[in-house]
Design a protein around this ligand. Structure first.
Ligand code: ATP
Length: 365
């Protein structure tokens, strides 16, 4: 198999009357990368994918596979492989008939079909399954059959739209891991649509976060998790998402709204970035695992009563109320904790993010 396409979207727009489904999306996807389009329902993920597939004509903008413009080519001229749901196999056909369907539909000669079948059977380990009806296979095998069918024509790019959404949670995790390994093994450029941030974090080389038809941030899972460029991204990624506290900034001090607490900042890079926020309101963001709990008072420790405790395997999620927002801390089991009792919260300053209160955009991450 031979795949090479880089995919480039240039200022892509798709408007349906007054609805701006996508409104200026530009992405550069390297050959062999798995790029996830992530965002809430209606943000334009599927429309972007359908434009790449050639199922929708963009209102404006251009699409390139390698250096060839494909914006106005038909889906078959673009040669993309698509899987919209792994269960979308032809249930009455056996595995052989399913995976060879795209070749038979194009009247590929029998000998060439047999060569391709050998190739995908080996990659997807389908050897013993060819004569079985697709409908009786377990989900893992169905997934491999669906992928084999999608790549048997050596597509330039593989497009996957919420492929795991029909599976229950446990299976979804297994399939996700299997899918990630397969994609790396075959090395095909892949664009994957999901609204599930855990799926995106687990699979994506690059995650493109979309909202209201535009890209709000793109980068590696780690970049997005550690350095969200907005309150929206900080909140959307992570289980649970980032905590936020409204604060007033004054000369190196953050006065946390809804508490008597003031946090004294030590990092000089924070002072520099906050210089224009003197006397203004900002939002402090911090992930649940970057807050520590202590029994005893110390400098910069915020004393606060526990609202709730939720066991979560190796960890517990401990809830507090700061201002009107629930603030969640992920902690191990070492400290005895009782709902209603006070503990001290310590915020790891290296992991503090600060956002502009009116725009929600990052000041420091
Ligand atoms: P979901 O996860 O719910 O599928 P999405 O992020 O994939 O959401 P899209 O399906 O791309 O979002 O839709 C983006 C916006 O465009 C939505 O407001 C949707 O209602 C609108 N839209 C999509 N297709 C059409 C269409 N054919 N006609 C009119 N509006 C459309």
């Amino acid at each position: 198999m031979f795949f090479l396409a880089r995919v480039r979207l240039e200022s892509l727009k798709k408007h349906y009357g007054s609805v701006r489904a996508i409104d200026g999306v530009s992405i550069n996807i390297e050959s062999g990368q798995l790029v996830v389009l992530l965002g809430p329902s209606g943000c334009g993920k599927t429309t972007t994918l359908r434009c790449i597939a050639g199922l929708e004509q963009p209102t404006m903008g251009k699409i390139y596979f390698d250096d060839r413009e494909v914006t106005h080519l038909s889906p078959s001229e673009r040669n993309v492989g698509m899987v919209f749901q792994f269960y979308a196999l032809y249930p009455h056909m056996n595995v052989y008939e399913n995976i060879t369907f795209p070749l038979r539909a194009c009247r590929v000669p029998r000998k060439a079909i047999e060569t391709k079948v050998k190739e995908v059977v080996q990659i997807f380990q389908l050897g013993g399954l060819l004569r079985y009806k697709a409908s009786i296979l377990p989900p893992g095998d169905q997934q491999r059959v669906a992928l084999a069918r999608a790549v048997i024509r050596d597509p330039n790019v593989l497009l996957l739209d919420e492929p795991l959404s029909a599976l229950d949670e446990k299976f979804r995790e297994e399939m996700r891991s299997e899918l990630g390994k397969l994609q790396k093994r075959i090395g095909i450029t892949t664009i994957y649509v999901t609204h599930d941030q855990r799926e995106a974090m687990a699979l994506g080389d690059v995650i493109v976060v979309m909202k209201d038809g535009v890209i709000v941030q793109m980068g590696s899972p780690e970049e997005l998790y550690e350095h969200p460029q907005s309150v929206f991204v900080g909140n959307f990624l992570g289980t649970p998402g980032m905590n936020f506290v409204e604060c007033l900034y004054d000369n190196g001090l953050l006065f946390l709204e809804g508490t008597e607490h003031r946090l004294s900042l030590k990092r000089s890079d924070l002072f520099a970035k906050l210089s224009s926020y003197q006397g203004k309101e900002v939002i402090l963001g911090i992930r649940p695992e970057y807050v520590s709990l202590f029994e005893k008072s110390f400098e910069n420790g915020l004393s606060i009563a526990i609202l709730a405790i939720e066991p979560a395997g190796r960890y517990r999620l401990v809830d507090f109320l700061i201002g009107e927002r629930v603030f969640r801390v992920r902690t191990d089991w070492s400290l005895p904790l009782i709902v209603g009792h006070k503990v001290y919260l310590y915020f790891s300053e290296d992991h503090i993010c600060l956002f502009d209160r009116s725009s929600g955009e990052a000041i420091v991450t």
